[in-house]
Design a protein around this ligand. Structure first.
Ligand code: ZN
Ligand code: ZN
Length: 94
């Protein structure tokens, strides 16, 4: 049983900013180290992101929200066009 303490790499034991446990990786948004218990996985795009709870509470899954915003800006003109055509068709039909 030896008691030698070797440094396992520079910054290898980064601590979680929430609970102080050993961090497993950086947050995808604020880049602060988080442990497995203090992060949530966000499946926004093709890649799965680990976002810390603080960022989750602050901006929600903004990766998701960004995609929803893009989808909304794509769909909204189509909806307006559809309503316009429907009203026009109804007017002509009479
Ligand atoms: Zn933690
Ligand atoms: Zn964060």
């Amino acid at each position: 049983m030896s008691l030698h303490q070797q440094d396992s790499g520079d910054g290898g034991d980064a601590r979680c900013g929430h609970c102080g446990a050993t961090a497993v990786g950086p947050c995808a948004r604020c880049r602060s180290p988080v442990c497995g218990d203090c992060c949530v996985l966000t499946e926004g795009s093709a890649k799965v992101w680990a976002v810390c709870l603080r960022c989750r509470d602050r901006g929600g899954a903004s990766l998701h929200r960004a995609w929803l915003t893009v989808a909304w800006w794509l769909i909204a003109p189509l909806v307006v066009l559809f309503i316009f055509v429907a009203i026009l068709a109804n007017t002509i039909g009479k």
